[in-house]
Design a protein. Structure first.
Length: 703
């Protein structure tokens, strides 16, 4: 019996020891006191704080260890009050570290209880918040210091909580804007923005919130008292949520009206003409650079108008410089009245003015038309009667003056502002040579194109004489992938550029009418190739198609020329196919049909190329002797991904079947293309999936 009791006592002591070890391991104060404020328990952390051991603290109150009687009395009265109410309480309090003399701050939970003798006691579990308190005090100090700094600097402060959409502004912000802080102060602030600057401010704030872009802007603001001021506003995102989205914006603003006015005065002296108030040559140069950069971004062409008043010297010589100055001012006003806000009117010097027009059109030719229209309006406006007052005459006189204008168009490829002025000046010289009171246009883009095309046309003429052109052959296959025909495609063996494809010179050949001798050469060369094929059994089944230009068909002798070339070659006519595009039908369709029918009766056949891209009509298929339709490769390219193209291709194939026409698909680039078109019932296939266009030697190897 005694042994059992002894074991139980030993087990209980082990439990108590474990509990004490746990409490002593906690690095925060844990203690208990009686009614008189004396310690009845203290863990190691409390003892270390008071520079003693837990055992030596029992029966003593705080001041015994700290020497601070006043603090000890406060602790005693505090625990007695809690024990008296007998309700737990959270308390913020301070205690002195006996080892360092440092005052520590605690957040303490005090819970009253009664011991086995029914006497009131209290247990205290404290949390050391000294570091947190220091940070709090520092933050309060910094906030107060920031307030003083902002007051001294004259800056208004704002912050915007995006989650709650609550905006705060300090007193200085109210003084600058004249808007009182309220729930609607931000909306009132936006309403007071000068209309022209409103979009700029809104976009800048949006970029700050959505893209965390720098926010450092200047704008005009109309206070409630109608005074317009300039504001310099800066801000940044200072807090983000877990997804990286901004939650808090902070910013400061300043009234910079006086600085702006001084800046405008300095800029006016440096960049504006003192007489006309127009931008001077220095600012014009800057505006030209901006216009060039803007053109590169927008891909829009602009124009420079170089204007010179005709015989301006006469008014100065006849009526004095005062009259001349008055005339210049009036001309400047008339120029400004004609221009848009984004354009620039500058006084270049003397009686010369320069106008920079932005965003006329992406097309240089259309831009030139618009610029010339504006130049016409400028001349008309300037030539209107002008009233000036001569030096020695009290009354005004009527004076008439005209202007000569040089125009140059610039696009994204122009680099030099000085070059623009030089070209416009050259055009101005031409306008004067035309007799003055006129305008002339010099377009560097058009000039470069003219020089290039002139050179290319000359080289093409020589190439035709020297037989520098060649035919390449792109194979065409049936649904079993048997080689059944080919399309002849012209290439140019240029001595410097190498092998040049038709896309680089055919348009020029059309414009210069070189397409006529070139087309005859292609037909003769193709017939010679057919003649060779027809002499060899393995080639005799092949059909050869060539492209015929609309200009060739429109020629009066087209039918006779084709017949002569074909007859001279002595080929099997059934193996030659002539491809035409729908552009031939822009002319007299009845005449075209008559010519085609004549060649069909002769024994040739026709294919309608690029079907579906132009003026496709069922009427063409009824009135023209067409045996074949070629589906344009633009439809084939996207047929696997674009449902509209898929429907178009299937419809053309079905149309061909209904009209008993052969259907050729060009631009086949993959097996998927081939399988899909085969499923639709296409007859002939052509494209890079099978072969690129080949020189005749490569074509022979392919066979």
């Amino acid at each position: 019996m005694e042994d059992t009791l002894q074991l139980e006592l030993e087990a209980e002591r082990e439990k108590n020891k474990l509990l004490l070890d746990i409490i002593n391991a906690i690095p925060e104060p844990i203690l208990a006191k009686d009614w008189d404020g004396n310690f009845i328990f203290a863990n190691n952390h409390v003892a270390q704080l008071y520079g003693t051991t837990p055992d030596k603290m029992i029966g003593k109150e705080d001041s015994y260890f700290t020497g601070n009687k006043q603090q000890g009395q406060f602790f005693k009265e505090n625990v007695q009050a809690i024990m008296r109410s007998f309700e737990p309480k959270m308390v913020y309090e301070e205690s002195t570290d006996k080892n360092t003399g440092e005052v520590r701050h605690y957040h303490s939970l005090k819970v009253p209880f009664k011991n086995s003798k029914d006497e009131p006691n209290i247990v205290v579990i404290a949390k050391d918040i000294t570091e947190i308190t220091k940070l709090k005090n520092l933050a309060e100090f910094n906030a107060k210091r920031l307030k003083y700094v902002l007051e001294v600097s004259g800056e208004g402060m704002w912050d915007w909580d995006i989650r709650t959409n609550v905006v705060f502004q300090n007193k200085r912000w109210e003084e600058i804007t004249g808007v009182k802080h309220s729930e609607k102060s931000f909306e009132e602030f936006q309403d007071c923005l000068v209309e022209e600057d409103r979009a700029y401010v809104s976009e800048s704030l949006r970029a700050l919130v959505e893209e965390n872009a720098p926010y450092d802007i200047e704008f005009r603001f109309k206070r409630p008292d109608n005074k317009i001021i300039w504001i310099w506003d800066r801000g940044q995102v200072v807090e983000f949520d877990a997804d990286g989205k901004p939650t808090l914006l902070v910013g400061i603003m300043q009234d910079i009206t006086e600085q702006k006015l001084n800046q405008f005065k300095v800029e006016s002296m440096a960049f504006y003409d003192s007489l006309t108030k127009l931008p001077n040559r220095a600012l014009l140069n800057d505006r030209l650079h901006l216009a060039i950069e803007h053109s590169k971004r927008s891909k829009q062409c602009g124009a420079v108008l170089f204007l010179d008043l005709d015989h301006f010297k006469t008014i100065n010589d006849s009526y004095g410089h005062k009259a001349g100055d008055e005339l210049l001012v009036i001309v400047a006003e008339r120029l400004k009245a004609l221009m848009r806000e984004d354009d620039t009117v500058a006084r270049f010097g003397g009686d010369e003015f320069v106008v920079v027009l932005n965003e006329l059109d992406p097309d240089p030719l259309k831009s030139a038309v618009k610029a010339e229209s504006i130049a016409h309006d400028v001349r008309a406006s300037i030539s209107n009667k002008i009233k000036v007052k001569p030096n020695d005459i009290s009354s005004e006189i009527d004076y008439f003056i005209t202007a000569s204008i040089g125009i140059t168009i610039f696009g994204p490829d122009i680099e030099s502002a000085s070059e623009l002025l030089q070209l416009a000046d050259l055009a101005l010289y031409q306008a004067k040579r035309n007799g003055r009171d006129d305008y002339a246009t010099f377009d560097p883009v058009m000039q470069q194109k003219f020089d290039y095309t002139t050179r290319l046309e000359k080289e093409m003429r020589n190439a035709l004489k020297q037989f520098n052109f060649a035919l390449y052959y792109q194979p065409q296959y049936d649904f079993k992938q048997n080689l059944v025909s080919a399309e002849a495609l012209i290439r140019w063996n240029h001595p410097e550029l190498g092998l040049v494809g038709p896309s680089d010179f055919i348009t020029l050949a059309e414009e210069s009418n070189l397409i006529l001798p070139m087309g005859n050469w292609v037909l003769a060369e193709a017939c010679q190739q057919l003649k060779e094929w027809q002499s060899q059994p393995k080639y005799q089944h092949l059909t050869l198609s060539i492209n015929i230009s609309a200009k060739q068909i429109w020629q009066k002798d087209f039918v006779e020329d084709v017949k002569k070339i074909v007859v001279d070659s002595a080929i099997d006519l059934s193996k030659l196919k002539l491809e035409i595009t729908e552009s031939v039908l822009l002319d007299n369709i009845d005449e075209v049909a008559q010519k085609l029918n004549a060649l069909v009766e002769f024994g040739l056949s026709f294919s309608l190329d690029d079907f579906g891209t132009g003026y496709s009509s069922l009427g063409y298929l009824k009135s023209l002797p067409i045996e074949e339709l070629k589906i344009d490769q633009s439809f084939i390219r996207d047929v696997l991904d674009d449902e509209a193209d898929l429907i178009m291709v299937k419809s053309i194939i079905d149309l061909g079947k209904n009209f008993d026409l052969t259907v050729v698909a060009e631009g086949i680039e993959s097996e998927q293309h081939f399988n899909l078109l085969k499923e639709f019932g296409c007859d002939v296939y052509q494209g890079l999936y099978f072969s690129r266009p080949l020189a005749i030697s490569e074509f022979d190897s392919l066979m």
